[in-house]
Design a protein around this ligand. Sequence first.
Ligand code: FPP
Length: 255
Amino acid sequence: MLPFKKWFGSKLNSEELISRLDTDNIPNHVAVIMDGNGRWAQKRGLPRVAGHHSGMKNVKKITMAADAIGINILTMYAFSTENWKRPKEEVEYLMKLPLEFFPKEIDELIANNVQIRMTGWQEGLPDYTLKAIQDAIDQTKHNSGLILNFALNYGSRKEMLSGVQQLARDIADGIVTADAVDDAVFSRYLLTHPLPDPDLLIRTSGELRISNFMLWQLAYSELWFTELCWPEFTEQHFYEAVQEYQRRARRYGGL
Ligand code: FPP
């Protein structure tokens, strides 16, 4: 049997799928590795960047789907610290997506009370990318609804190493004692602070790995994989993932 569930196509529409969800067990934080844009495009004889463009449009669709069922935080892995190794043209294209996405979508995001956030290093990002994101963060900072968090220029090992370095400095300066370092203290040194850990991780495109994404934060998350590429992943698939999450018994190492 395949280690992931093949999607055979639900006959149910979004409303029907939503009505089957347990409203008392909606994941608080869902994180998504939006993989397979390039393959989706290549299968259709399109340039890889066409896949990224289609993937960008899907961010909005899945944000609305998450909001509709009361998910509080949606983290989207948009660009990793390793993605700089890609061809220059592809990196440039990805860096320009926020310039298209936010002006086009911000009004509807605001109307839906969405808060934009970013997790990742600002250093290294082009000024225009940062400005597009910072404007969206500023425009939505008084909203109180779903947090749409873009993991951009993010890598988990680098995040943990910088956290450990800062922690070591704070211990040396007497701000923290080594014995006081527990999960909660360490979490404060991570870029995701103060967001809670994801309850559910979704990865598209059939790859069964975490790819340096939130290695600490995903310790007890439920993982859900699909063979579908990100641009073809719909609201229905999203609700299927949440339904599967609700069937899981989360034991956190206990019985
Ligand atoms: C991985 O798929 C995807 C990315 C590196 C980029 C994901 C970004 C978006 C979907 C857009 C984000 C939107 C904003 C507004 C920032 P891949 O192309 O590496 O897949 P492949 O394995 O098929 O090549």
